[in-house]
Design a protein around this ligand. Sequence first.
Ligand code: SAM
Ligand code: SF4
Length: 343
Amino acid sequence: MEIASDRLIQEVNIPMQDGFGRKIDYLRISVTDRCNFRCQYCMSEKMTFMPKSELLTLEEITLIAERFIGHGIRKIRLTGGEPLVRRDMKDVIQRLGRKVESGDLKELTLTTNGSLLSEYADHLAAHHVQRINVSMDTLDPRRFAEITRGADVNVVLAGIEAAKSAGIRVKINMVALRDFNESDLVPMAQYCARNGHDLTIIETMPLGDVGADRALAHISADEFLKPLSNCYSITPIPHRSAGPARYASVEPLGLKLGMITPLSNNFCDDCNRLRLTTDGKIFMCLGHNAHVDLRSAVRNNGIPAVDQLLRQALKLKPRQHDFNAQLDGSAEILERHMNVTGG
Ligand code: SAM
Ligand code: SF4
């Protein structure tokens, strides 16, 4: 059965390139839009989630991912919402982990809020997840509870420790928020250096109505880094990962610092990714609405039906996002929240 389906994929042979000649080999999968946190820049307090009937089943997610791997996807990141709150995620991790073992997939990773890592760390490590991103915007328990609307930073720190003990490399994602966590950067950088984690700063992106003015919270990475550059020397380094971050080394801390700067320094020329949403849509850009809908195609005609839609999706990829225009009010803010397409 598997051999027949592999042969079919070879016959279909989709060139994984978009209309601008960019090679597309990275798939981000939002496995759920649900989350046990309510980070202020990501969701509104009274967030409504999709009805469960609209979500892809985990079997459908895995089959679509495997089909895409057959067409040349080499890296997969599981995200959400909070990927680890979806029940039975262990099966998905195990099945996609097998693709890493067989060499069909170069890397399987995860972006998580860390709250359930203590429970999942050993399973992730056993199934070839070697690196994960954990989001943590401050180490200060009071400010952490404020930004997440109620979560406990100590639970996240314990989860990170469990991941490290299981042999998983951890990168901390810290969203830069004006007048909120500028003073948290130096302690965060010191914590990361002490524990051997990398650190990435992310500029806020205007996605979905969160009940607050996006422009007020926005701060460029350069400005956000000032307290760190007052204490340490920050030197750009040529290192590149599969993602959009640019890197610097922070000395004498010995810290590798990533910067994701969608607004202050556009990185779309190198974009190599597509995104599968929890309800089965393929978005080719976090900042655009163009998409194809795989769910009904898969349900009506089976997994091979995704091939034609994947071809279409590749043609839909825009040259770049419009976040700056959305932030300054000259373009409409997208209704879709970050948890739907996954960060
Ligand atoms: N729940 C997981 C987590 O928080 O890591 C995975 C999903 S979350 C949407 C993925 C990443 O997107 C996180 O690092 C989060 O901080 C970031 N994020 C969420 N909303 C954002 C926004 N509006 N602008 C920039 N980053 C955002
Ligand atoms: Fe949940 Fe992640 Fe969004 Fe925070 S950023 S609300 S943890 S999905």
